[in-house]
Write a protein that binds this ligand. Sequence first.
Ligand SMILES: *[C@@H]1O[C@H](CO)[C@@H](O)[C@H](O)[C@H]1NC(C)=O
Ligand SMILES: *[C@@H]1O[C@H](CO)[C@@H](O)[C@H](O)[C@H]1NC(C)=O
Ligand SMILES: *[C@@H]1O[C@H](CO)[C@@H](O)[C@H](O)[C@H]1NC(C)=O
Ligand SMILES: *[C@@H]1O[C@H](CO)[C@@H](O)[C@H](O)[C@H]1NC(C)=O
Ligand SMILES: *[C@@H]1O[C@H](CO)[C@@H](O)[C@H](O)[C@H]1NC(C)=O
Length: 589
Amino acid sequence: MRSAWLTLVAAALAYAAAPSFRGCENKVKDSLHGVPQGWVQQAPAPQDQLIQLKIALAQPSAHELEKHIVEASDPAHERYGQFLSKEEAHELMAPEQGSVDIVREWLATHGLGEEHLYNSAAGDMVTIRVPVAVAESMLDTKFHVYTHAASGDSAIRTTAYSLPELLHDHVSFVQPTTMYARFKPMRSTMHFAGGVKATLAAGSVKSAAGQDVDASCNDEITLSCLQQLYNFGDYKPSTNTTLAVTGYLEEYANNADFQQFLGDDSANFTTTLVNGGKNDQDPSAAGGEANLDVQYAFGVAQPLAGTFYSTAGTPPFTPDKNEPTNGNEPYIDWLDFVLNQTSLPSVISTSYGDDEQTVPVDYAQRVCQGFQTLGSRGVSVTFSSGDSGVGDGSSDPSSTTCIANNGTNAIKFLPAFPASCPYVTTVGATQNVPEVAASFSGGGFSNIFARPSYQDDAVSAFLTGLGDTYAGLYNASGRAYPDVSAQGVNFDIVLGGSHTGVSGTSCSSPAFAGVVALVNDARVAAGKATLGFLNPLLYGAGAGAFNDITSGNNPGCGTEGFSAGTGWDPVTGLGTPDFDKLKTVALDN
Ligand SMILES: *[C@@H]1O[C@H](CO)[C@@H](O)[C@H](O)[C@H]1NC(C)=O
Ligand SMILES: *[C@@H]1O[C@H](CO)[C@@H](O)[C@H](O)[C@H]1NC(C)=O
Ligand SMILES: *[C@@H]1O[C@H](CO)[C@@H](O)[C@H](O)[C@H]1NC(C)=O
Ligand SMILES: *[C@@H]1O[C@H](CO)[C@@H](O)[C@H](O)[C@H]1NC(C)=O
Ligand SMILES: *[C@@H]1O[C@H](CO)[C@@H](O)[C@H](O)[C@H]1NC(C)=O
């Protein structure tokens, strides 16, 4: 294998100046303001080291795709709830034949024939595996090994790359090149809360909505607490609506733990392997994040069928091994897989992310558009908002994770991605009864995505109240999140046969997704379509179906962070769901 790839290096160098691209100037496609914060440049990358690159082709119908989701998610539009089929979505994702041809021609000049290419289902993404020498020649750059000082992770990257000018209109990006997001290990938004409480409070307390809730819910959260707080205890799902959660990083969801959690030997869920993902059911291999996600998303929605997507993750990359490095890129492969399914779950929850500033803009836009396309296919997509408040949760104002990567070293609140994508529903965290904001609840404003119109009124009202506070620390024109929230502290889960407590917005997203699955079930039972992309409904008629959370704040970057208050806020969004009210709104629209 190794020698075959070395032959390819030689072939590529011989082809370096092929006729049709000769005379065509290289032009910079992306460049960074130096090495990003927290990373250190090491030696030049070994010339024969294999790397995997994704070449994203331009999508001429991207605006059509966007029009579809805007119409299909707007309750006032005649096309509300009219979703695309797999074939229709793929057609709108597809590149022009001219782009396909010119990119093939360019790849051929570097010795890469059809047999070296992996094409995505919609044809919009070409994956190649090439030695560093070939990649350097293709992209007119030098790759180095970079290490992330705090974690010790290594990656082969560059700070700029070029493409022949001829290709600029046809190629959106080639990554990972300038991407420094550490999706591997992608940061799961969960932390262990410690053991479970030995003694739980007896009796009941009142929720903000005036309902009686077990006082023990102040000690630990169970499915029963969520039923009481979010008002879905009496609902019996009756359709074949399904839901899913995604797993990465070799996190396995354990079926036996799920059955023990529900106290039901017949309960179950399906694991679907994506792109080389695995499924290890040994109790010692059960992942905290994976178990949390399936137990709460699928637990809330019982008996609706759940799917756990296990997407490949690899051990940390060692730069001296002659093996392809993992692309460090989880979302594009997963989106390619899931958008190639004919029938999809009604809601999919994900509890991973990283700082938005570590993600190249064109990459963030393409991935966000993938979530948008899922919405156009009728899927509600939920993400955790992150566990660092407005920054890294540290009171140290010089904390490196609050420093803008753009060359100025300015202290900035740091939004998270994909939480900042305007086409997902981002879920923050609350705690206690009556509910208040959890201090770690991620919230803020995107520097990539502009504020979508569905949240104009809600966000403007918040900003008016905020005035000059924190001016310059956040981007007032950006997409603001979270959209909603749910409990996120001290969830009781079963892990490897034992009960343990976990916290994080990793708890909140699956809990909320479970409630959405129930609402979708009610819609389908009434002969209606699933809800698809939720936000226009939630910020509109749905706003009254949330328990507004009005106290607490999310400190970070040496500040107190934003404060929860009446109406939408960047700590708890619109608030926590009241299933009964949400169902009524959903059935009226
Ligand atoms: C997409 O799905 C079709 C039909 O199920 C299958 O033949 C094809 O290989 C899939 N494409 C990719 C890239 O997975
Ligand atoms: C649910 O059942 C309907 C018909 O009863 C079928 O058309 C649809 O494909 C099923 N959906 C799933 C997700 O199985
Ligand atoms: C649960 O699902 C797994 C795999 O999907 C299967 O191996 C197992 O037998 C199922 N258990 C029950 C009790 O249905
Ligand atoms: C970098 O961030 C600072 C602080 O917000 C901002 O004023 C400046 O315009 C940014 N510079 C660039 C080049 O984006
Ligand atoms: C602020 O957000 C907008 C998108 O709404 C973006 O175009 C702009 O570059 C951002 N500003 C900074 C300093 O990042």
